[in-house]
Design a protein around this ligand. Structure first.
Ligand code: AHR
Length: 530
């Protein structure tokens, strides 16, 4: 029976294989001549917010002698984060951004004020003990964030306050960051905080979720505010790129009304938009736990995470109605699963232990971004540490990486590659599990004669044996790195920090390759083409 792209119907044999965990037939064909755009490294960005344990006890440990640190920044994080090659990190929010006065975190640390955190009134934190998660001591401000980015090898992306701040505050934050040493009072304040030279921050968010916690604006109202914020901001040596608050998931009206209003005086206004921020969380399933869920919950999450592809396509079409020259790109600056437990430490509002399910959500999503490389300028997983879709968990002297970290580490090889069309055929998942989903999904990028193919197998129980080939080329060899576990709920914990980790092995060439993708796995194949 022939296998058709995305229309493979389970044969009796494959059906039996799915039930008994035997390998089923699949096919992956890489088509090097059909290019989809260069994958901006910034697609592999991260997000950090003054929320729960992300900043305090996550990134920032202060001068606590019990936790090794680099000028107050957690040393274990600094030493590990470069493995995922973070190109860009967003801060300070999130919703927190639209309550934040950047001056509170500027200049000498000893003189900074304490403020009630935006999230302090949330049910969970309201019940918790007092601490920096509730009453922010502002010890981690702009200087500390930029230092952290430099230690991580990432560019800073600052999200400005549009709801409770003013355009003047925005101008002055840019001046604080980017004005040359010694030229202005704010440059001197920056130096008093320990950094004489400008930070040269290129990425600036103009509010966050301005349809919700960022002010409750309509698209029209926000467009007027946006113009007021970005017109005639002070310019220094570093060109600044503005990111507009975009839609909440499928809110197409926001995209259309914002862009229409923004350009009412002409399309020139689009020059002031680097990207339109799209936020989409796949959420959770079942009882909300990240580590205690059913097989049905597993498939619910797979189906919810691939919704990202429709959202990108839909908003992209609407953007094209106004942006005829296609200058504008999407910036998916918040994405991830969002489970509902908070079990890492007291006051870590959305801190939970990500499992293999979260690894699959990551792989599925990053492959979607790669396949739409021409439409996406940046994406930021929410959030880097101790919060929601975390790559790291830490409290006090404890520190671990999560399966999400492993996916980022594996997928980093795509950064800067050329995304190429890849036809993937595999058994359809059974209807009751996830309507419309197939076992395998993935993406491929090329750099010279090296192909990086990443593939998820969403089937929780059945492996898929697939022929992997490259149109017009031969595979002369390579290696496979697979993240898999016997249990879909497997996760790393402080007691068992290496429970889930990828394993690498060579694969033989000889033209094409037959590879067996394990159940519930994320795989990277590095292929040398001849
Ligand atoms: O990432 C957590 C929150 O989710 C952010 O603060 C907000 O932007 C979004 O709703």
């Amino acid at each position: 029976m022939p296998i058709h792209r995305r229309s493979f119907i389970l044969s009796g044999l494959a059906m039996a294989a799915a039930r008994t965990s035997l390998a089923a037939a699949g096919r992956v064909e890489i088509i090097p001549d059909d290019t989809l755009g260069v994958i901006s490294p910034n697609i592999y960005g991260h997000f950090t917010e003054n929320l729960g344990g992300c900043i305090y006890d996550g990134i920032w440990v202060g001068e606590d002698p019990n936790v090794p640190n680099v000028d107050g920044i957690r040393k274990a994080l600094v030493e590990t984060i470069r493995r995922i090659k973070p190109p860009v990190i967003r801060w300070p929010g999130g919703c927190f951004a639209d309550s934040y006065n950047w001056r509170d975190g500027a200049g000498p640390r000893a003189q900074r004020p304490r403020r009630t955190n935006f999230w302090a009134a949330s049910d969970y934190l309201a019940k918790g003990p007092d601490g920096p998660q509730k009453y922010d001591p502002n010890q981690f401000g702009t200087n500390e964030f930029v230092r952290f980015c430099r230690l991580a090898g990432a560019e800073p992306y600052l999200a400005a306050n549009l709801r409770s701040g003013t355009p003047r505050d925005f101008d002055e934050w840019i001046e604080y960051c980017n004005s040359p040493a010694g030229t202005t009072t704010l440059a001197d304040l920056r130096a008093a905080g320990g950094d004489r030279d400008p930070f040269n921050v290129r990425y600036w968010g103009v509010g966050n979720e301005s349809w919700g916690c960022g002010g409750g604006f309509t698209g029209d109202e926000y467009a007027v505010e946006y113009r007021r914020f970005v017109e005639w901001v002070p310019r220094y040596a570093t060109p600044v790129n503005f990111i507009a608050s975009g839609p909440n998931s499928g809110d197409t009206a926001w995209t259309r009304t914002f862009l229409t209003k923004l350009t009412e005086k002409g399309p020139g206004a689009l020059h002031n938009v680097f990207g339109l921020a799209l936020h989409y969380y796949a959420g959770t399933a079942g009882n909300g736990s990240s580590t205690d869920f059913t097989t049905a919950d597993w498939y619910t999450m797979m189906a919810k995470s691939v919704r990202m592809e429709d959202l990108i396509r839909t908003h992209w079409l609407i953007m094209g109605e106004v942006d005829k020259r296609r200058q504008l790109k999407l910036v998916v600056d918040e994405w991830g699963a969002w489970n509902k437990t908070a079990d890492v430490a007291p006051n870590f509002l959305f801190g939970y232990f990500p499992s293999m399910r979260d690894a699959l959500v990551s792989g599925l999503t990053l492959d979607i971004f790669n396949r739409h490389a021409g439409k996406i300028a940046m994406a930021n997983a929410a959030q880097l540490i101790n919060n929601i879709h975390s790559s790291f968990l830490a409290t006090g002297g404890k520190f671990i990486t999560t399966p999400i970290f492993s996916v980022f580490e594996m997928y980093a090889a795509h950064q800067g590659g050329t995304s190429v069309r890849t036809e993937i055929s595999s058994p359809r998942l059974e209807a009751e599990q996830a309507t419309g989903l197939y076992s395998l999904a993935g993406s491929c990028s090329l750099k010279n004669k090296q192909a990086v193919l990443t593939v998820t197998n969403a089937n929780h129980a059945a492996a898929v044996e697939a022929e992997v080939s490259v149109r017009g080329a031969r595979i002369s060899g390579g290696r496979a790195t697979a993240l898999k576990a016997a249990d879909i709920r497997a996760h790393n914990s402080f007691d068992n920090p290496h429970a889930v980790e990828p394993v690498t092995a060579p694969v033989s060439g000889g033209g094409q390759l037959v590879y067996t993708f394990a159940p519930a796995s994320v795989t990277r194949l590095d292929l040398t083409l001849a």
